[in-house]
Design a protein around this ligand. Sequence first.
Ligand code: NAI
Length: 470
Amino acid sequence: MAETAFDVVVIGAGPGGYIAAIRAAQLGLKTACIDRESRFGGTCLRVGCIPSKALLDASEKFYHASHGYAQMGISFDGLKLDLAAMMARKEKIVEQLTSGVSGLLKKNKIEKIVGAARFSGPNMLEVTGADGSKTAVTGKHIIIATGSAPMELPFLKYDGKTVINSDHGIALGKVPESMVVIGGGAIGLELGSVWCRLGAKVTVLEMLPQVVGGGGGADEEAARGLEKVLKKQGMTFFLQAKVTGAKDEGGKKVVAFEWEGKQMTEAAEVVLVAVGRRAFTDGLGAKEVGIKLDERGRVAINDHFQTSIPGVYAIGDCVAGPMLAHKAEEEGVACAELIAGRAGHVNYNVIPGVVYTNPELAWVGLTEEQAKAKKIEYVTGKFQFRANGRALCMDEAEGFVKILADAKSDRVLGVHILGPQASSMISEAAAVMEFAGSAEDIARTCHAHPTLPEAIKEAALAVHKRTLNG
Ligand code: NAI
């Protein structure tokens, strides 16, 4: 390593960390980025968002080819799954993107340091390389962006084979005949969908009364709609299920749970535990140098991402807020800008959430339940995709767009989309909300025809009960 003293040292090369490092370097600060993994990109690129989307996209095509293309006039003889090829393609994408991150760091003259960082003083880190070598690295400013790790259930320890987390769930060597998914959040529904589409019998056990209900969660009506479609695709759901234990029997894992007052069991070849993630600060020595953690083990920060130690900041999954790559990115940029003396800011009211199932569920802003709890007077406008020409042509007409607008000002409070390409469409809603726009603003914006986003315009018109369809 040529240099060991920097203006900014970022610990963690996930979407929070590497984006913060790039922004700091762009603003003229001498920057280093440290990660224990040589493939930079963090959970998102290595074992999270990207590999799971590669499998979601591929398995969706397989599912359509085996279920839906015939009615479009496309039939196959001998359609078959080559799981090894599907996994190899996923790996190739991960490789391409992780080397892309290293390339971006190089281009921005950021020192890439591979090793495990531990605080040895308030502005000093000891970095241990894979070969055991130790290097002292100092930073006038240090940003902790160490991310998160899957939570474990005490009676279901991960063995990577029969009891798995998302890291294992994106790399199975064969399609299990049956899978129990514990947790009906984003990971449970996405990976449950992948293996269901590829032929596994998938049963989801969720503790709450709705799927995607944890941590603020999705609008109840939209979540119910998603559950209904996933049931049609073959997944089984037990909501308000209390998982009580598990045992091995006949080469399977038998999961015991309470449901509607009954003691139930579900046997499966594989149990995917997806009950949330925890902030990851293991081995960082944060507490030892006086960096305060909150009651849930997350790094405690103020509005400017500052920890309890001057010059040390934290962003992304290891601090409070939704554990989302794009939230971490926003924080990374804002934190670097504040360090550089600029006015970095994150609008936490406008952070989209997406579940990449088919149809996708995407939302931004308030749910109806949140608006009611805040006693906000609101009106809703809704439009079903089955009345959208493009969705019908695509044979993807499940779902709807729902807009919540302030009853007096018409300002858009929240948008919920269950439908095809909802993840892309939600950006229109986010942009309108960033500009404090109204439902009328959306309704008066010309949307190209025939396109899916016309459903957003129609929902906006429906806020005022003036649908084009009468
Ligand atoms: P999650 O918090 O989204 O969902 C976990 C679910 O498990 C909740 O619905 C919760 O009620 C349930 N649960 C907890 N304990 C349980 C128990 N003992 N029995 C039954 N159900 C139980 O967490 P998930 O899905 O593990 O994802 C982890 C994090 O990663 C989340 O913050 C999520 O937002 C993020 N993520 C985001 C994705 C996306 O944006 N598409 C994709 C994957 C993960």
